[in-house]
Design a protein around this ligand. Sequence first.
Ligand code: AMP
Length: 217
Amino acid sequence: MPKVPVKLVSWDEIVDWTRGLAGEIKGSGWNPQVIVAVARGGYVPARLLADFLDVTNMLSVQSQHWTEAAKAEERAILKYPYKVDLKGEDVLVVDDIVDTGETLRLARDYVRDNWNPGTVKTAALQWISSVAKFKPDYYLIEVRDWTWFQYPWTRLEDLKDFLKRILREDERLKQEFSMELLERVFKEWYGVSPGDFGFYWDLAISDLVKSGFLKEK
Ligand code: AMP
């Protein structure tokens, strides 16, 4: 078992999942007039949902909880709070995944309490039911065993975080090591191979070298 189980998500899966989620929302008979994307993870699903649901009104709030891949802060915070008047329109607040649920709940509460909406509902592609303190109104996939969903929009960022973490925490990488060892340790920790990341692997390595995190010999 990897220390941090990772599911590498493809763009095709994102389109399929978002279409499925749109089906759930349509099937419920509720039609949002406005979609709010929770930055940053909710941007792509929110935009695709807007397309599938034929919604043209979109806004965004940045609610932040996880500052590094697979590492959470104590509390979610709302960056850049601002006020708008939604004049009683029905609003769907969208994020990619509900893990603890802090992020989406904070965004939902903020919109409900400050933007004068009608009904406010929440949606996410994944809901990690075993740990979440908040259940979105709509979700497509219930996840029971905690997994880090490596979405395609954070491929480079997550990969660098994954690498930094093993460089900090794995004893075998504390002294000089070969690329083969790094690749083997990575696979052990995350259950996915560096090769699965395509060109992102070289990009991540060269960024870490530039920022001084890694030294090449
Ligand atoms: P939370 O507040 O714990 O529900 O975290 C939600 C936000 O953090 C999401 O918007 C994701 O972008 C990111 N996140 C948290 N947990 C995961 C996970 N298991 N896989 C991928 N992204 C995650």
